[in-house]
Design a protein around this ligand. Structure first.
Ligand code: NDP
Ligand code: HSE
Length: 428
């Protein structure tokens, strides 16, 4: 059998301990599949004497992840500490400079520094693999860079933050308010240390920016992702959307348009009979559309010890087998600078507002929409509360700019009793 592949793991939290368990428990299977032993030689974390539920006694310990990354007995540096900068980035750069391949689950680091790190890796003749960084256990990076590489990718979309999907699903199924569902997710330990990363759409936006780069051959451009979180989604909108046959999802969409690269992460309505609409709880889904394959739907666990460690090990096994793919599917210098599209392609929108229940109120709203060039597809007044009239409008396809113009004009009317809610209805 060939020389062992020697791993150095920095970060022994949820994902890191999961990787240690797989390497220890499946040593024979990994060696049989890759043709060489896969072994851990050294590990690092902040606190040495913490009980992590795994035996680390066989491995060298480094307090400093940079030292671990450059050890002579490490072939692959596995970065599982997290954070876009700091020790994760320093150790990754050190590993590449020292001639090590890198495997990471760190979407924040790659969303911010992916291009520079990919260039550094390729200059050093090394690879960076990051399957675990996007949609946890779903092998979506491999699907895009390898299995679908004969396609022109036309669109990538998906639900890529399990915490948000859990919150939205619990609001829908258990009739919880956003605050109640958020508290439940918090109690279950689902939220990131900074919850805004989840509910603000930032974590999912990081993931979308990585998929965009591979799909469209562009440099990672997280700043070009239009971000809107789920904090303003109400139980009222979830119920009204359901009544019309839709579910509300934090949906990421990336597509190359004539006006540039469109990348959006925002709450959208999707049909409830589409797999995206049926996605429950913390599960993730990525939908890839290509000119040859048409549509591929990948569904699976987006987080957690086993699923995320599974993805890390998939990358390790590729390296053990000698499979080497450019970080974002094409050599880093060939990735084009992303030209962000200004505004999304037109779509129908769901509008909900409360009007003063008086003659001409609805007519004024309809006039404002008409003046902005927006045609109404469906409209209904669905109940009365004293002198107020809740109204739902579904528009025909319109640009967000026209809609914003109409919403601005509506705000000037004397008939609105609440700020209108506007949600895009995505074609899926
Ligand atoms: P955890 O917080 O559970 O673990 C982080 C680990 O990194 C800890 O062991 C910690 O040490 C160690 N660490 C932090 N800072 C340092 C440092 N300066 N030097 C050495 N070690 C350090 O994180 P996760 O395992 O959840 O996440 C790891 C990565 O995987 C992140 O990038 C995350 O975004 C990504 N990811 C996580 C998923 C999940 O389900 N958890 C899913 C997909 C991706 P100590 O234990 O001593 O404090
Ligand atoms: N906070 C992330 C989620 C973890 O909820 O999906 C996995 O990246």
């Amino acid at each position: 059998m060939s020389e062992p592949l020697r791993l150095g793991i920095a970060g022994l939290g949820t994902v890191g301990t999961g990787v240690v368990k797989i390497v220890r428990q499946k040593a024979k299977l990994l060696a049989a599949r890759s043709g060489r032993p896969v072994v851990i030689t050294a590990v690092s974390a902040r606190t040495r004497d913490k009980d992590r539920g795994v035996n680390l006694g066989d491995y060298a310990w480094e307090d400093d992840p940079v030292k671990l990354a450059t050890r002579d007995d490490v072939d692959v540096f596995i970065e599982l500490m997290g954070g876009s900068d700091g020790p994760a980035k320093a150790a990754t750069e050190a590993a590449l400079a020292a001639g090590k391949d890198v495997v990471t689950a760190n979407k924040a680091m790659l969303a911010h520094h992916g291009q520079a790190l990919a260039e550094a890796a390729e200059e050093a003749g090394r690879v960076i693999r990051f399957e675990a960084a996007v949609a946890g256990g779903i092998p979506v990076i491999k699907a895009l860079t390898e299995g679908l590489s004969g396609n022109d990718i036309t669109r990538v979309m998906g639900v890529m933050n399990g915490t948000c999907n859990y919150i939205l699903t619990r609001m829908q199924n258990a009739d919880l308010s956003y605050e109640e569902a958020f508290a439940e997710a918090d109690g279950l330990g689902y939220l990131e240390a900074d919850p805004e990363l989840d509910v603000g759409g930032i974590d999912a936006g990081h993931k979308l920016s990585l998929l965009s780069s591979i799909a469209f051959g562009t440099q990672v451009n997280f700043d070009g992702v239009e971000l809107e979180g789920i904090g303003s989604v109400t139980i009222e909108d979830i119920h009204q959307a359901a009544d019309m046959g839709f579910k509300i999802k934090l949906l990421g969409v990336a597509q190359m348009t004539g006006r540039g690269l469109e990348q959006r992460m925002s709450p959208c309505l999707v049909p409830d009979d589409h797999p995206l609409g049926q996605l429950e709880g913390g599960t993730n889904m990525v939908v890839i559309e290509g000119d040859q394959v048409e549509q591929v739907v990948l569904r699976g666990p987006g987080a957690g010890e086993g699923p995320t460690a599974s993805a890390v090990m998939g990358d390790v096994m590729d390296i053990a087998r000698g499979i080497r793919v450019s970080t974002f599917g094409v050599p880093a210098p060939a990735l084009e600078a992303a030209r962000p599209a200004k505004g999304a392609l037109p779509a129908p929108y769901y509008l909900r507002m409360t009007l003063a229940d008086k003659p001409g109120a609805l007519a004024k709203v309809a006039t404002v929409l008409g003046e902005a060039g927006i045609s109404i597809d469906r409209m209904r007044q669905y109940g009365h509360e004293d002198t107020s009239a809740p109204v739902l409008i579904v528009t025909h396809r319109t640009s967000r700019a026209a809609l914003d113009e109409a919403l601005g004009a509506m705000a000037q009317l004397d008939v609105l009793e609440s700020q209108p809610v506007a949600l895009r209805i995505e074609r899926v």
